[in-house]
Ligand binder design. Structure first.
Ligand code: A2P
Length: 351
């Protein structure tokens, strides 16, 4: 395989001063997720032998400054010809469908942020804290789950292990950053009094849109159905009942989710708090006496998922309510993708 045997450094995002010595391409480097990937790499001091910043033909030749170095944006053909060891894609589903197989053919491990490969049974859908163990040396296109799904399953996995999951009723409150930089522009334009043609069908500032991604034949949106199907695939349990309402709100720092969880077994609320406090990647913020609960304002720029407002559903036994917040550009996209890259590096690109 490309790059096999060249690398010696073990990687975990929790370890400071990590050296990731690989040829890394970021496809969609000019976009919101691409830029966030650069910030994650920078903050965790991940080092690469070579870094290639890739975007559409519109951006080829543009200069991006990163860690005191100027990188010229490359096009897709040139990026394939470089045969990167790992390419993290955040350039939309069509780009992934067309180009991920081309990179895979030359031996690149593609970690894809779009929905193009997530439900394809040949490709793995990974949240490293939960299921990185299923990755193998010959995985060439690895799917990063939907942002709303990642933060939710991270909080659900410990509950699934200890009590079993029966049914989830979810409402999301999602940041405009999930739509991309044009959506942030729309919000800012509206906020400064200029209403024009935006990416959403209605204004988003001072509004709430119960509509994320396209509507499907069953009346749900694709975003809502992603949460249903992706959750079952990651948690490897097809029988979990799941129903979701996905809502866009005029917020930037992250996605919030109200999740009603019916468990298979009776639980103790303090045990659930302990479980969350000790789960990898989760920070428990559940102290209502001191007004401590998760908010996008505080989650912004953080890699962790924040869980709070834990309380019993008094209308039904074995049922819990929780509030889960994360920066969708971080754990919902960039952080998760970089963690997958780090995992593959550690396990399969090491001597
Ligand atoms: P570009 O800036 O050249 O359009 P966002 O989701 O924030 O809007 O970002 C989308 C990212 O995907 C951008 O980096 C964008 O590059 C990139 N992109 C869009 N279409 C393509 C394409 N056909 N090939 C490669 N990159 C693309």
């Amino acid at each position: 395989m490309s790059g096999a045997g060249k690398y010696r450094n073990v990687v975990s995002l929790q370890t400071p001063q990590i050296k990731l010595i690989m040829k890394l391409a970021i496809v969609g480097a000019t976009g919101l997720v691409g830029q966030e990937i650069l910030r994650v790499i920078d903050e965790h001091n991940l080092e690469f032998s070579d870094l290639y910043l890739v975007a559409s033909s519109r951006s080829v030749g543009k200069e991006i400054s990163f860690k005191n170095k100027i990188y010229q944006v490359k096009g897709m053909e040139e990026a394939v010809s470089i045969k990167p060891d790992v390419a993290i894609f955040s350039a939309g589903g069509d780009t992934s469908l067309k180009w991920a197989p081309r990179f895979a053919e030359v031996g690149t491990i593609v970690i894809d942020n779009s929905s193009a490969w997530r439900m394809n049974p040949k490709h793995k859908l990974i949240v490293p804290e939960i299921n990185a163990g299923i990755l193998r040396i010959d995985d060439r296109i690895i799917a990063n789950p939907n942002c709303s799904t990642i933060q939710m399953v991270l909080a659900l996995a410990p509950l699934q292990q200890k009590y079993g999951l029966k049914r989830l009723v979810i409402a999301t409150y999602q940041s405009v950053t999930g739509t991309g930089k044009d959506a942030v522009d729309q919000l800012m334009q509206e906020r400064s009094g200029n209403e024009g043609n935006g990416v959403y069908p209605y204004r988003i500032d001072l509004n709430v849109l119960p509509h994320i991604d396209v509507f499907m034949d069953n009346g749900y949106t694709k975003e809502e159905m992603k949460m249903v199907h992706e959750t079952r695939k990651i948690l490897q349990e097809e029988s979990i009942g799941i129903t979701a309402t996905a809502v866009r709100i005029p917020v930037i720092g992250g996605h919030s989710e109200a999740i009603n969880v019916e468990l298979e077994e009776e639980f103790d609320l303090e045990d659930v708090r302990d479980l969350m406090a000790s789960a990898p990647g989760i920070i428990l913020e559940d102290d209502i006496d001191n007004l401590k609960y998760p908010m996008p304002l505080h989650a912004h720029g953080r890699d962790e998922v924040f869980v709070g407002r834990l309380r019993r559903d008094e209308s039904q036994p074995k049922t819990l309510n929780m509030w889960v917040v994360a920066d969708n550009l971080r754990k919902g996209a960039a952080t998760n993708a970089v963690q997958i890259a780090a995992y593959m590096m550690k396990h399969y690109l090491v001597y």
